[in-house]
Design a binder for this molecule. Structure first.
Ligand SMILES: [Zn+2]
Ligand SMILES: [Zn+2]
Length: 67
């Protein structure tokens, strides 16, 4: 029973966690702990946030320049 399998991305460092998306075993450097994903999946998922708040959704031509 081998407990010290290497990271599947760099194949040199010890595994820190398993990606919850692809199941890849990755080391600390290639594991996004906040997301529970490997860096590859984190790049794909994190690149496109599903809920983007549009705070600067200002209509054009509004008179708010009163002094
Ligand atoms: Zn690695
Ligand atoms: Zn992954």
């Amino acid at each position: 029973m081998s407990v010290s399998s290497p990271c599947e991305i760099c194949a040199s460092a010890d595994v820190e966690g398993a990606c919850q998306r692809c199941g890849q075993l990755v080391c600390e450097r290639h594991f996004e702990e906040d997301l529970g994903l490997c860096v590859e999946c984190a790049a794909e998922v994190g690149d496109r946030p599903t809920n983007v708040p549009s705070e600067e959704d200002m209509p054009d031509g509004v008179d708010t320049y009163q002094f």
